[in-house]
Write a protein that binds this ligand. Structure first.
Ligand code: PGA
Length: 254
């Protein structure tokens, strides 16, 4: 099977600056020793972004921001704008992560504003969507994802879609050690493709869809082999350099 995977590390609120730099040094060492076919994106906390920018030993490695605010500048205490991120050379941004939706009350309207400001910048957005266990158990998964995609991508020009990635992260699988099954992942990614094609008149077929939710070095190979999985968004298992490098190596499908 030939495909190039995207392996994204969402560090969340973990790793101080020294720890982030140490991780990067070890990652660079690993890349020098082993040829990686995947694109790797590291999402450190804000404080690590500037120090990590431009310091990867591979052109396939990128830096992303876990968050930003959609306004250009102004009285928004505690926030960082997309142009500030552009200024230090950030490549990607996560939008709509379930922790931001639930813990920080980010709603679909805000998520749509963030997507639109990100698409207007040089930074590529990764839109996270996912259902709760109750929604899955009540057969509401497709409907939930449809609503999240419809509102998150409202008023988006199909021409801009090539900048976008979707991360399907079932809420019940995030940080729980409970991964979705191969069948669940395959069929849900197919549903997402169908919804996107419906929303964008068949112009969205190549949009990469990542899977996230308790991906680790034990399940990465099996999930990565699913046809319609283009990569991973990894939380817990991205924090340990050995485990993360193992996952990167497992994603060499060429
Ligand atoms: P997890 O987190 O890998 O720890 O489940 C994934 C995520 O929240 O993106």
């Amino acid at each position: 099977m030939k495909k190039r995977m995207i392996v994204a590390a969402n560090w969340k609120m973990n790793k101080n600056l020294s720890e982030a730099i140490e991780f990067l040094e070890k990652l660079n060492f690993h890349i020098d020793e082993n040829d990686s076919q995947s694109s790797v994106i590291i999402f450190p906390p804000f404080i690590g972004l500037e120090s990590l920018a431009g310091k990867f030993n591979s052109n396939n490695f990128y830096l992303g921001s876990q968050n930003f605010y959609y306004e250009e500048s102004g009285a928004f205490t505690g926030e960082v704008s997309i142009s500030m991120l552009e200024h230090i050379g950030i490549d990607y941004a996560i939008i709509g992560h379930s922790e931001r939706r639930s813990l920080f009350y980010e709603n679909d309207n805000l998520i749509n504003k963030k997507i639109r400001s990100c698409l207007a910048s040089s930074i590529n957005p990764i839109l996270c969507i996912g259902e709760s266990l109750e929604q899955r158990d009540s057969s509401l998964t497709e409907n939930t994802l449809k609503n999240q995609l419809k509102s998150g991508l409202k008023n988006i020009d199909a021409l801009k879609l090539d900048k976008l990635m979707i991360a399907y992260e079932p809420i019940w699988a995030i940080g729980t050690g409970k991964t979705a099954t191969v069948d669940q992942i395959y069929s849900t990614h197919q549903q997402i493709k169908g919804i996107l094609n419906e929303l964008f008149n068949d112009e969205s077929h190549d949009l990469p869809i990542l899977y996230g939710g308790s991906v680790n070095d034990k399940n990465a190979k099996e999930i990565g082999m699913i046809d319609n999985v283009n990569g991973f968004l990894i939380g817990g298992a991205s924090l340990k350099i050995e485990t993360f490098c193992e996952i990167i190596d497992l994603c060499n499908f060429n």
